[in-house]
Write a protein of this length. Structure first.
Length: 82
């Protein structure tokens, strides 16, 4: 019997508190220069998009220290051309 293993990859980066055309419903985005991928990360940088939007004024302090965001529910779907 063959077994397949799927590697779960998530997106990590520093947030910029500014709306961009490809993310119009939110007041922030990930700085393209800081994007990295991960399989596991510490909980302090995990939050879903709605929570980040609702607490954006707190981001960079105790919430998402240094602006680092690693949403565990993220997944790459396509590459955006710059």
């Amino acid at each position: 019997m063959f077994h397949t293993q799927t590697t779960v990859i998530h997106v990590h980066g520093r947030i910029i508190k500014r709306t961009v055309s490809y993310n119009p419903k939110f007041s922030f985005h990930i700085d393209p220069e800081t994007i990295q991928f991960f399989q596991m990360a510490i909980e302090v940088c995990d939050a879903n998009m709605t929570y980040v939007e609702d607490h954006l004024d707190e981001a960079g302090g105790a919430f998402l220290p240094g602006g680092h965001w690693c949403p565990w529910d993220s997944k790459p779907t396509r590459e955006l051309k710059g």
